[in-house]
Design a protein around this ligand. Structure first.
Ligand code: KG4
Ligand code: ZN
Length: 339
């Protein structure tokens, strides 16, 4: 049996500062996250405020992670950090901190793509999960269908041409003054609503095309709200948000399942903040069962940004001695890339 090793992981790509300790069997010993409610006042993340709060919170979170885990810093075998994509100022806080820490304890540094981190959150409950599988990656900045051929090779099947699925939830919530992030709020409200109340458009609903577009949906919701009185909107709020959610989740599931059916995919994994969505989970579970395909989701608490997923993504790299050097830099470029 291979001896287990401990990874200290950092995630600061957006507005959550997160520090975790995981082992090479994907067991999470601590996952401490500090979110930044200050952005709620602005209806979106203010990058400069986010970076400053990462700086303020990160040391305390490291201390908390060690206290929670009962482990000592001398037991850490490697330090992992997300280096892209994300807000550059935010990423740089995590990368600089991780580099200094790895140097001071003389342990290897592992660079992780944030989106690959989201995918690896699936291993927390399913440590034996291995490619090939089809990924539906849905977050605040990304919407992609990705073929994971093996640990080192991926093929992008489709992606959004404008807004990401999470962004669509957030923008629709903003139009309705519901708060930020909009996804969890809409998800909760939609449970009491009728998803067939309004037929909002599903853009790019073209067979054998796996790209998405969600900016038209936002415009369509805006026009619908303009057309109706405040009283009507208030009275039918749960139905309106359930209908908007339906438009988003229907197209995500339709395209993923169409591809899985055509290419006889046996395993689908869903990842990213929107993978917490109850309607998406329900629909894709139902549809994948019809084509004899297994579907996996991360545990709800690991769907949104967290450092445990970054630690999990570092496990394979630790086994392969695939380390970064101390010149490691952060970069904001969007996309899914195995670094
Ligand atoms: O992956 P994530 O935490 O951050 C990025 O990497 O972007 O995803 C955040 C996104 C937000 O847009 C948020 O509204 C959405 O995930 N989200 C949800 C739910 N929980 C989070 N969207 C729909 N339903 C949810 N339950
Ligand atoms: Zn994320």
């Amino acid at each position: 049996m291979i001896e287990k090793k401990y990874i200290l992981a950092f995630e600061t790509s957006c507005d959550d500062t997160s520090v975790a300790i995981v082992d090479t069997n994907y067991k999470v010993y601590a996952n401490t996250t500090s979110s930044q409610p200050i952005h709620n006042d602005f209806g979106g993340v203010v990058p400069e405020l986010a970076s400053r709060l990462h700086i303020k919170n990160i040391t305390y979170l490291v201390d908390t992670a060690f206290k929670k885990s009962g482990l000592k810093i001398s037991q850490i075998d490697a330090v992992a950090v997300s280096v892209n994509p994300g807000l550059i100022g935010s990423l740089l806080v995590g990368v600089s901190f991780a580099k200094s820490l790895a140097y001071s304890i003389n342990r290897p540094l592992i660079a992780i793509n944030h989106m690959i981190g989201h995918v690896n959150a699936n291993k927390i409950e399913n440590p034996n999960l291995k490619p090939p599988y089809l990924g539906l990656i849905v977050s605040g900045g990304h919407t992609e269908i990705v073929n994971f051929i093996n640990e080192d090779e991926i093929e992008i099947i489709g992606k959004t041409r404008d807004d990401a699925a999470g962004e669509a939830f957030d923008k629709i919530a903003k139009l309705l003054d519901l708060g930020y992030p909009g996804g969890p709020i809409i998800d909760k409200l939609a449970k009491k609503g009728n998803p067939d109340f309004v037929k909002f458009p599903q853009a790019m609903n073209i067979k054998e095309n796996y790209d998405f577009s969600f900016s038209g949906l936002k415009t369509s919701v805006r026009n619908y709200l303009k057309k109706n009185t405040e009283e009507f909107i208030k009275k039918n709020l749960t139905d309106i948000v359930a209908s908007a959610q339906e438009a988003i989740t229907e197209i995500l599931v339709k395209k993923t399942i169409n591809y899985a059916k055509k290419y006889k995919i046996k395993t689908i994994i869903v990842a990213g903040g929107v993978s917490a969505n109850s309607s998406l989970r329900e629909k894709i579970s139902l549809e994948s069962a019809k084509i004899n395909c297994r579907v996996f989701f991360p545990p709800i608490e690991y769907c949104m940004d967290n450092a445990a997923m970054i630690g999990c993504a570092a496990v394979e790299k630790l086994f392969k001695n695939d380390f970064a050097n101390l010149e490691l830099n952060a970069f904001s470029t969007k996309g899914l890339k195995i670094l």
